[in-house]
Design a protein around this ligand. Structure first.
Ligand SMILES: Cc1cc2nc3c(=O)[nH]c(=O)nc-3n(C[C@H](O)[C@H](O)[C@H](O)COP(=O)(O)OP(=O)(O)OC[C@H]3O[C@@H](n4cnc5c(N)ncnc54)[C@H](O)[C@@H]3O)c2cc1C
Length: 381
C-alpha cells in the first residue's frame, strides 16, 4: 500500500514502440507474482506460446504478492493514469473471479482518515471519481461517529469513503491466476532463472534444473529481485526495502464489528498506517507504509522490528481504542520493490533487443495486476 510517492505519468511506455510479435511467438516470462502472472495470462489469451518460470511458485512467501491481502482503491492524487488503471483492474478482477468461481475481491470500501480540511492525495482524485462514475462519500466526524463508533476521531477533520474499493486476497489470487494460465494452455516451471545475454539479445534463460529455455522474447517480472538480476541497469533503480504488517486479534465480543469495518488509510503524513480489518479472517491487519531498511529478498530473515511493532501498536490503540490490548496473532515481512519515483517500470532491456523488464510496484502494484497484464500484452501484439 503506498501513498507516499509522487507519480509521473507512465502511460507513454505503453503507447510508444509496439513490439509487433507474430501470434504464436514463444515468450518466456520470469516471475509469477501479480505482474508476471497476469501478464502471462493475457499474453496467452492473445495467442502467444507462453512459458512462465518462478523460483518459489506463484504468491510465495518471499514475493511482494505473497501476503494474505492487498488494498484496492482508485485514489491516486492528480494521477489519472493510475486511477484509470484501477478502474479497469477492478472490472477485470470481477470478470475473472466470476469466470473462476472464486471470490478474490471483497468490496468493503476504503476509508481515508483526513487530519486537515485539504488532502490533495484524495481531493485531487475527486474529479476522476466523478468522470469514471466511482464517486466517493464525504463523512464528517458526526457521520463517522454514527457509522464507525470503533474509530477515535479526536484528531481527525473528516474522512472520505471510497465505496468501490476494498481488498483482494493476494497469494490466493496469484495461485488462481496461475491455475487459469495452466488450464488455458500455458506452461509453468518452478525454477530459478538466469538470463544469458549475448550478441545484443537474451540468448536463453538457464534454469536451476540445468534446463535452457530459448524464446523469441523474454519478460522479466522479478519484483524485488530485478536489481540483483540486472545489477548494471537496475541496481540503482529498484531498491528493495523491508516492510512489515501485523495481524491483531480483535476482542471476542467485538470481532465481527471489527471485521466488518472498511479497509482504511491514515494520512498522518509520517508513518502512513493502513489496515484491512476483515483480512480474510486472519486478524485485524495493520501495515506501515513508511519505507523500511534495505532488504535482501532471498536471504533476509522475515522477523519484525520490535520498535516498528511497538509504534504500530501505539497507533492502533489510539485510532481504534477497542484494540488497546489486542494480541499480535501473526506478522509478515514483505519486500517493496521501489522504483526511484514510485512509478511502475516497463522498459526494453538496453542491451538485449528481445527482452523487457516489468516491475517497480513500489508498494501499490498488486491491485493493478490484471489491467497492467492486459496493457503489456497489447504492446507485444
Ligand atoms: C507490505 C506490502 C503491502 C502492500 N500493500 C499493497 C496494497 O495494499 N495494494 C496494492 O495494490 N499493492 C500493495 N503492495 C504492492 C504489491 O504487493 C506489489 O507491487 C506487487 O505484489 C508486485 O508484484 P510483482 O509481480 O512485481 O513482484 P512479486 O510478487 O515479488 O513477484 C516476483 C516473482 O518473481 C520471482 N522471481 C524473482 N527472481 C526470479 C528468478 N531469477 N527466477 C525465477 N523467479 C524469480 C519471485 O519468486 C516472485 O514470485 C504491497 C506490498 C507490500 C510488500
Amino acid at each position: 500500500m503506498s501513498t507516499t510517492n509522487t507519480f509521473a505519468p507512465i502511460s507513454s511506455s505503453f503507447n510508444e514502440n509496439r513490439i509487433g510479435l507474430p501470434r504464436k511467438s514463444k515468450i518466456t516470462v520470469v516471475g509469477a507474482g501479480a505482474f508476471g502472472g497476469w501478464t502471462s495470462l493475457y499474453l496467452l489469451r492473445n495467442g502467444f506460446d507462453v512459458t512462465l518460470v518462478d523460483a518459489w511458485g506463484p504468491g510465495n512467501s518471499r514475493s511482494s504478492s505473497g501476503d494474505e491481502t492487498r488494498v484496492i482503491r482508485s485514489t491516486y492524487g492528480a494521477n489519472e493514469f493510475y486511477f484509470k488503471s484501477n478502474v479497469r483492474a477492478l472490472q477485470l478482477w470481477k470478470e475473472n473471479e466470476q469466470l473462476w468461481g472464486k471470490q478474490l475481491f471483497f468490496n468493503t470500501g476504503v476509508l481515508w482518515f483526513c487530519y486537515q480540511k485539504d488532502n490533495p492525495w484524495v481531493d485531487d482524485s475527486i474529479p476522476f471519481s466523478k468522470k469514471y462514475k466511482m464517486e466517493y462519500e464525504y463523512l464528517s466526524c458526526d457521520d463517522m461517529a454514527r457509522r464507525y463508533p470503533a474509530v477515535n476521531l479526536e484528531d481527525l477533520h473528516h474522512a472520505w469513503l471510497d465505496p468501490h474499493g476494498g481488498y483482494l486476497k493476494a497469494r490466493e489470487s496469484c495461485q488462481a491466476v496461475n491455475q487459469a494460465f495452466i488450464h488455458e494452455g500455458g506452461k509453468f516451471i518452478q525454477a530459478y532463472a538466469k538470463p544469458v545475454v549475448a550478441g545484443g539479445k537474451v540468448e536463453s534463460v538457464v534454469l536451476s534444473s540445468g534446463e535452457k529455455i530459448f524464446s523469441d522474447a523474454y519478460l522479466f517480472a522479478c519484483g524485488a529481485w530485478l536489481g540483483q538480476l540486472f545489477p548494471e541497469i537496475l541496481g540503482n533503480k529498484i531498491i528493495c526495502t523491508k516492510q512489515e504488517v501485523y495481524y491483531f486479534g480483535a476482542p471476542v465480543e467485538k470481532a465481527k464489528n471489527f471485521d466488518d469495518l472498511p479497509a482504511w488509510i491514515d494520512l498522518d503524513g509520517s508513518d502512513y498506517y493502513y489496515g484491512i480489518p476483515g483480512n480474510a479472517h486472519r486478524g485485524f491487519k495493520i501495515g506501515v507504509d513508511k519505507r523500511g531498511e534495505i532488504f535482501d529478498p532471498t536471504y533476509g530473515e522475515r522477523v519484525y522490528n520490535p520498535e516498528t511493532l511497538s509504534k504500530a501498536r501505539k497507533f492502533i490503540s489510539h485510532r481504534f481504542p477497542g484494540l488497546k490490548d489486542a494480541p499480535l496473532l501473526e506478522s509478515r515481512v514483505c519486500p517493496y520493490e521501489n522504483s526511484t519515483d514510485g512509478n511502475f517500470i516497463f522498459e526494453k532491456h538496453p542491451h538485449a533487443q528481445n527482452a523487457w523488464i516489468l516491475g517497480g510496484g513500489s508498494g501499490h502494484g498488486f491491485k493493478h495486476g490484471p489491467a497492467l497484464g492486459e496493457l503489456v500484452a497489447q504492446v507485444f501484439i
